[in-house]
Write a protein that binds this ligand. Structure first.
Ligand code: GLV
Length: 327
């Protein structure tokens, strides 16, 4: 019997490819850029399974191009790039990669928080530019992280992992959204209304998924509530923050700084005004980017794809409703 065909939209770690190779014909889009829309549609047209990345918009048009698709195995924990309702309507299970990237993503969020608080990147640029002449009593004075108040927007898996790190730094931790009381209490965090979190926090770290409710959650009104010394960290999805409002807040000194792993759009245009601000640190969506974690994500996505191709429940499925319809 012919093997099923899977379309992978970029080269991924071999941990994923190796699992698939024995069971599937594997088409890997060579990259390094994502497939164009036409290339995506052409790839899907021949595929029984697709393993996309968060750069691919998997919508009704893509599903129409591949009516034979049996599974979508996103190699990401977030799945806002996929029209899950449209996949569910067609009975196609959608997989994601939760859990394996939690600690790695929290490490990165904390790295950004520390970097923005203590001017790590401008400091390094200053040395590299040959400008370091002497120890200076007032050079690159930053903000203390220890003892400061951290506001976590979305105390889910990654938010909780950030809270664990923050405890080690002796921070006071507030949160809004996304946790059961037991987990929150175990972490010594306090649930507060969103406005209070913004008003009280020295650092606000965003960990909420992107959906209709969280789109531009951090808007002009939210930024206005924050302290002028506050630092915003976003490692979730760019569109949770309104970039125009953020530019206004950073350039007018309404808040002190931002550190972004994610942007809207992504990547930003090279002339995006945020990139011209000294108090805005932007890195290229590296949250889960460790060797070990990307290998685990690739393997998890491959397992999801294989289960879908065998007609079994995906180990990590975001639209369990497809099975209810079948049962
Ligand atoms: C990364 O942003 C992911 O959702 O896995």
């Amino acid at each position: 019997m012919a093997k099923p065909r899977i379309f992978i939209t970029r080269p991924i770690p071999s941990a994923g490819i190796d699992l698939l190779q024995d069971h599937c014909e594997v088409d890997v889009f060579p990259g390094p850029a994502p497939p164009s829309r036409a290339e995506l549609l052409a790839g899907v047209a021949k595929a029984d399974a697709i393993l996309p990345l968060l750069t691919e918009r998997i919508d009704e048009e893509v599903l129409r191009a591949g009516p034979q698709l049996r599974v979508i195995a996103n190699m990401a924990v977030g799945y806002d790039n996929i029209d899950v309702a449209a996949a569910t309507a067609r009975g196609i299970p959608v997989g994601n990669t939760p859990g394996v990237l939690t600690e790695t993503s929290a490490d990165l969020a904390f790295a950004l928080l520390l970097a923005a608080a203590r001017h790590i990147v401008p400091g390094a640029d200053y040395v590299r530019a040959g400008r370091w002449q002497t120890w200076e009593p007032q050079l690159f004075l930053g903000q203390d992280v220890h003892g400061a108040t951290l506001g976590i927007v979305g105390l889910g898996r990654i938010g909780q992992a950030v809270a664990r790190r923050a405890r080690g730094f002796g921070m006071r931790i507030l949160f809004h959204g996304g946790s059961d009381q037991t987990a929150a209490e175990a972490l010594g965090t306090r649930r507060v209304p969103f406005a209070e979190l913004l008003q009280q926090s020295d650092f606000v770290s965003v960990h909420t998924p992107l959906n209709a409710e969280t789109h531009h959650l951090i808007d002009a009104a939210a930024l206005q509530r924050m302290k002028p010394t506050a630092i915003l960290v976003n490692t979730a999805r760019g569109a949770v923050v309104d970039p125009v409002a953020l530019y206004e807040a950073l350039s007018s000194g309404q808040i002190a700084a931002a550190a972004l792993d994610v942007t809207e759009p992504e990547p930003p245009a090279t002339d995006d005004p945020l990139l011209g601000l000294a108090n805005c640190l932007v890195i290229p969506h590296l949250g889960s980017a460790s060797v070990a974690t990307r290998a685990k994500m690739a393997a998890m996505a491959a397992e999801n794809a294989l289960a879908g191709l065998r007609g079994e429940r995906l180990p990590h499925c975001v639209n369990e409703a497809v099975y209810e319809a079948r049962d």
